[in-house]
Design a protein around this ligand. Structure first.
Ligand SMILES: [Ca+2]
Ligand SMILES: [Ca+2]
Ligand SMILES: [Ca+2]
Ligand SMILES: [Ca+2]
Length: 287
């Protein structure tokens, strides 16, 4: 299955039917999030992508309380507060494409998450919504889901990703990826489980002046979101102090994460880049 690339974002489909909460967790473990659809053009692009992919699926998952039609999970929910729809990042919906027949209707009082419909509903006759529109359905329904990555993303395998001459965000995800930002102010995101054998990304053209390495605090648990502190960055082969967290071995061009500085836990290599760069804590940002 090919990814969809649209306006600097990447979309993929998880072909494993899950309830909404599991789908949300799965998307986040992949380094993305359940799709956040912010315009009619994005909705159209995502819908056309899903519709095209769905032609080859053997199994189609339906929401019985969604008129028995086929849906995929998207990131909108009002679990926190009935009627107050939000994306999984907590922002409210500025664009929505609810079914024209009165959705979201919180049918039976327990529809708190949204699906993107692949057909009209009620199935076979319509009247409440059409393909491409959204319906609130029960969160325990098992559906495939649409995952979005906020940048140019790869796959769980080893990828070669190339940015443009403009500013790009690159996410290699799992696998030993090769990332090339090109010109512009590029950001390289590390947001999947570290593994010194199977998840070390090579950044071929990191430029200290323009580029940034973004570290997800769900993976780099010993870091706090925001700027990396001066004390947390160290140049050398290993941590010297207990507060060293990100280690740049400038002789090898290797980047390591050390969860406890000079404590007993081992450092884990997560990236390689050129040797002898004038790296500082300012080259990192914790997300
Ligand atoms: Ca509904
Ligand atoms: Ca990777
Ligand atoms: Ca990859
Ligand atoms: Ca670029």
């Amino acid at each position: 299955m090919a990814n969809l690339y649209y306006k600097g974002h990447t979309y993929t489909i998880v072909l494993k039917a899950m309830d909404w909460n599991k789908a949300k967790a799965k998307a986040e473990s992949m380094g993305g999030h359940l799709v956040k659809i912010e315009s009619s053009s994005e909705n159209k692009a995502v819908f056309n992508y899903v519709k095209g992919e769905a032609k080859s699926w053997k199994t189609h998952y339906l929401a019985f309380d969604g008129g028995g039609a086929e849906y995929l999970w998207i990131g909108a929910s009002d679990v926190g507060s009935e009627g107050s729809w939000r994306w999984t990042d907590g922002t409210s919906l500025k664009y929505a494409n609810w079914g024209y027949g009165g959705e979201p209707d919180n049918y039976n009082g327990n529809q708190n998450v949204a699906g993107l419909a692949l057909e009209s509903w009620p199935a076979g006759k319509g009247g409440l919504g059409r393909a491409g529109q959204w319906n609130d359905v029960n969160q325990w329904t098992s559906l495939y889901s649409v995952v979005e990555f906020d940048g140019l993303a790869g796959t769980p395998q080893a990828d070669k990703l190339k940015g443009t001459s403009g500013s790009n965000t690159l996410l290699g995800l799992q696998g030993n990826d090769t990332l090339t930002g090109g010109r512009g102010k590029d950001a390289f995101v590390f947001n999947t489980k570290l593994n010194a054998k199977t998840n070390v990304d090579k950044i071929t053209d990191f430029r200290v002046k323009d580029d940034t390495i973004r570290l997800d605090d769900r993976i780099f648990k010993a870091l706090d979101a925001g700027s990396l502190s001066l004390e947390a960055f160290h140049i050398g082969s290993r941590a010297q102090d207990e507060d060293d967290r990100i280690i740049y071995d400038s002789r090898k061009g290797a980047l390591y994460y050390d969860p406890d500085g000079n404590g007993s836990a081992a450092q884990v290599k997560f990236a390689s880049l050129a040797k002898n760069l004038k790296m500082t804590e300012a080259d990192f940002f914790v997300i």
